[in-house]
Ligand binder design. Sequence first.
Ligand SMILES: Cc1cc2nc3c(=O)[nH]c(=O)nc-3n(C[C@H](O)[C@H](O)[C@H](O)COP(=O)(O)O)c2cc1C
Length: 198
Amino acid sequence: MKLVVGLAGASGSIYAARFLKALFSIEGETYITASPASLRIFSEEYETSVKTTEDILLFVEEKWKVKPKHKFHVRNFLDIGSDIASGSNVWDAMVVIPCSMKTVASMSAGLTENLIERAADVTLKERRRLIVVPRETPYNRIHLRNMLALDEAGAILLPASPGFYQMPKTLDDLGDFIAGRILNLLGHSQTLFPKWEG
Ligand SMILES: Cc1cc2nc3c(=O)[nH]c(=O)nc-3n(C[C@H](O)[C@H](O)[C@H](O)COP(=O)(O)O)c2cc1C
């Protein structure tokens, strides 16, 4: 599995952290970039200080003592000349987690000012899978229109709204619900939460 993962500046760092933790134990490789806003919010929500994308990976590795089976390639958020800015570099899917309404707006309008936006644009034009995990509440009509435009362009909107029927005990359980649903969409079996048995 070859992925691109972008962390944009929405609340919900836990979704990114638990998804990355899950990726650590899966064979494959991921190109990853985090926006400055996402680093700030991650720092606030985890009461830590992450200044770079590498810091986030290190944080996840140390917090949950996971040994990486997965290969991560960090890319600079502002480097729109990066390898993942071109469709000639082939990846299976891209995940934007969490995704701000600003990045939703840019992606839906085809604006590509940073590497998350450019890689998302490439993902859509190459007809690859783009999974977007938006977080805002409430939504205004602009947000809704932009999300509809993204869906119409082929993206999958997987909102940061975990289910509660699995009886989550911890915040990590809520993060794992979203991480597991993404893995399902990536065609990967997952045991982060049990299947609903009816
Ligand atoms: C603490 C904090 C929480 C935020 N939470 C959200 C959010 O949940 N959803 C959202 O759309 N924007 C949120 N924002 C605003 C975005 O970070 C801001 O629009 C930023 O420009 C997004 O840029 P990016 O998508 O390139 O990271 C938040 C900002 C801060 C400082």
